[in-house]
Design a binder for this molecule. Sequence first.
Ligand code: ATP
Ligand code: MG
Length: 256
Amino acid sequence: MLEISALNKAYQSPGRRVEAIRSITLGVGAGELVCVVGPSGCGKTTLLRCVAGLLPASGGEVRLDGVPVTGPPPRMAVVFQEYGRSLFPWMTVRQNVELPLKEKRVPAARRRELVTGSLEAVGLADAADAHPWQLSGGMQQRVAIARAVAYEPQVLLMDEPFAAVDAQTRADLEDLILRLWRDLEVTTLFVTHDIDEAVYLGQRVIVLSSSPTEVMEDLKIDLPPGRDQLTTRSLPRFGELRGHVYRQIQRARGER
Ligand SMILES: Nc1ncnc2c1ncn2[C@@H]1O[C@H](COP(=O)(O)OP(=O)(O)OP(=O)(O)O)[C@@H](O)[C@H]1O
Ligand SMILES: [Mg+2]
């Protein structure tokens, strides 16, 4: 579904050139959930922006379903790391979630159904008529997640989407993503700095090196598919995998 080949990205400004990504090659199969971890500043957000068609690559290419990505593809939803800047302050929560559905020309009755359903799923049914600035950071982030969910995307990109929520909400949202992923069979690329979260959610975990960034490891997560916060996280294999990823990231940081 998603093919990233020898992707290179350098930011160029007068007198300064930052090579954020040296070369990344990775594929995500249809309906697969792949997590990306790596040291801060290694280019995870840059990678997602290139995949989303929001940033031109300096080299290599990204293909979605065989077609080169040159701009934001339809049927792709992105939840950004900077959620504060991704909601429109003059619109209510409901209007924010509904907007992409209007652009997609979903009929009004179905729009209402999708918006209500997704706000309920993230626990914000009561906040539908509030404005984003009246909500806490974690609630705003949940609005952004609801918007992506309501859109029923074919491909979902998420950039540290749960960074601003408390541990309990985070666990709930992780399970919401797993449920959504299973129900809609949405191909998901999920960036996180949380190793446990990556191992819990992913079918594979991609470990990126520090800058100049390359794929350090593409690790298959051989945990049983029916994940559960208590059972999965207490499996001995879970501990082994998280230990392995932890050591890899330490190694990546050490090479800096
Ligand atoms: N618009 C930009 N112009 C110039 N340099 C940039 C720009 N955006 C990012 N960079 C640089 O590219 C590198 C990768 O940044 P990026 O935000 O992709 O990292 P990240 O892995 O998402 O970090 P974090 O874990 O902190 O979110 C950094 O060195 C950063 O300074
Ligand atoms: Mg980032």
